[in-house]
Design a binder for this molecule. Structure first.
Ligand code: NAD
Length: 299
């Protein structure tokens, strides 16, 4: 039982959830919620994408992404056609592309449909909470927080939770309780600082590994063999990890950090644009999700 439960305080229950954005993260988050026994609506702006994501999860191997019995709890849909269904949800997780303008536009639209007191959270990697709520009504800021899941959500226990000054404490308690009790996450509350905790640190070693690989003219395989184990990622290495995350996310993360980090921060000194990532993105090789691979040619 969570601490909140022991104290007898009852945060609002999450009986029905929604995830918007059925990509690498959104589909995995929806599967986790369904596995925990809660019905979840999974919507994407690309027609048919959410339904395809559910099929892909059912075929995933090893250890099913989603238990077969849980599949019936995921209701895939198209954002525009099924937008009104969001009115039934107690918690709406936004997991769309890492762009504050698009996220804010979606939140503004949500204000016309979501029920009073429903909670909205963003899976942003690096965008400050204050940028996400800028220009939105006070009632939105009261119901909003960041829930930063890690990739892949089914294996990664950590969940970073960021609340703003206006976030209702019982909204934070409800998500903390659900994440802990139903999703089995280790919840760490972070302040609204650039990259929160994990990406503030993680981007330093990712950038450092990329710089060294370029400077030492290492192949991707050599670099991953050298830096994977010391950095605690022996299975994929650094470049394999970027393939898993999605190369297209990397410039968004870098831009967001460069816009918000204080002068003199170590990442500013390390950051270099080598052209390799932008070249691969331009060729459509955005990582495993692209079907064309990324740094590695295997998808
Ligand atoms: P992705 O590119 O794999 O998926 C994004 C999905 O959102 C796509 O299916 C796209 O069609 C859909 N989409 C785009 N705009 C939309 C809109 N306006 N409305 C509805 N759907 C829309 O991206 P991802 O890697 O899953 O990242 C999603 C979020 O999660 C980002 O904020 C990212 O920073 C964050 N995140 C990513 C990772 C990772 O490892 N990839 C880890 C933690 C957090």
């Amino acid at each position: 039982m969570s601490a909140a439960g022991q104290e007898g305080a009852h945060p609002p229950a999450i009986r029905r959830a929604a995830v918007i954005g059925a990509g690498v993260m959104g589909a995995g988050i929806a599967a986790q919620i369904a596995n925990a026994g809660t019905p979840v609506l999974l919507l994407d702006i690309v027609p048919g994408a959410a339904a395809r994501a559910v099929q892909t999860m059912l075929k995933a191997d090893p250890a099913p992404f989603m238990h077969r019995a849980a599949a019936k709890r995921v209701q895939p849909g198209d954002l525009d056609a099924d937008f009104a269904k969001l009115a039934e949800c107690d918690w709406i997780v936004e997991a769309i592309v890492e762009r504050p303008d698009l996220k804010r536009a979606l939140y503004g639209r949500l204000e016309g449909v979501r029920k009073a007191g429903s909670i909205v959270s963003s899976n942003t990697s690096t965008i400050p909470l204050r940028d996400l709520t800028a220009g939105l009504p006070d009632r939105f800021a009261a119901d909003f927080l960041i829930t930063h899941f890690f990739n892949p959500p089914r294996y990664m226990r950590l969940l970073e939770l960021v609340a703003g000054p206006a976030t209702r404490p019982d909204a934070v308690a409800a998500i903390r309780d659900f994440a802990d009790r139903a999703l089995g996450k280790t919840v760490v509350e972070c302040r609204d600082t650039p990259g929160f905790i994990a990406n503030r640190i993680g981007t330093l070693w990712l950038q450092s590994a990329i710089n060294h690989a370029v400077d030492l003219r290492l192949t991707i395989e050599e670099a991953d063999a050298v830096v994977g184990r010391p950095m605690g990622i022996p299975k994929t290495g650094v470049f394999g990890l970027i393939d898993l995350v999605g190369l297209d996310l990397m410039p968004h993360v870098a831009n967001s950090l460069l816009a918000t980090l204080p002068e003199g921060d170590a990442y500013r000194a390390l950051h270099r644009e080598h052209g390799t990532i932008t070249g691969l993105i331009a060729a459509g090789r955005t990582g495993r999700k692209s079907g064309k691979g990324g740094f590695y040619t295997r998808a």
